[in-house]
Design a protein around this ligand. Sequence first.
Ligand code: DC
Length: 213
Amino acid sequence: MKQNIITIDGPAASGKGTLARRLADHLNYCYRDTGKIYRLIGLQAYQKGLTPEDNPDAVAKLAQDLAENFDLSMMDNPELKSDHIGQMASRSGAFPVVRSAILDLQRHLALHPPYGCGVVLDGRDCGTVICPDAPHKFFITADVKTRAKRRFEELKQADPSVDYDLILADMKQRDERDFARTTAPLRPADGAITIDTSAMDGDQAYQAVLDKL
Ligand code: DC
């Protein structure tokens, strides 16, 4: 059942999303971004004025409702892309009650893709928690300054006033939370191949993954 699952985990702006999408296209697999599920929870918490640290149970309730009413088209909401919602996602995902509310949904997305196609699963704990038996597990990383620089270049195109130092501080804060949380902390899964893309461009990182499949 799990032979067609490739998990791609790693920190923010490591390039894993672009890489995972490209890999899914190439293999004709479905691409499933678990970060978007956390972002949907973060967005809803934000819209309701909830502070995750003060209201973890209320955020968990949002996560449960989301799991019960989930539709793939929800992932297309452009509001999910902002760094602020990324932070809300990370803050919400620090609570075990929130994580457990969406675990079955994420497993379902990985194990029951339409037409039985393979799945490339993108996130933080895909190889450690969601699908630990996946035959191909990758951990894509890069040093934090390189990742902040990449995010800076990306955001600068839309807004020339963006501040690199703020982006770096934001990224360090998100790393700290994602790596240090007690439940499902960000780390390479057992048996995962780690690829450090600090000195690679997108094509080189993609090729490095293809070489290991
Ligand atoms: O991959 P992303 O930037 O869209 O993820 C946003 C946040 O969601 C990330 O900082 C932590 C959380 N997340 C998580 O805790 N577990 C996942 N499998 C995916 C994302």
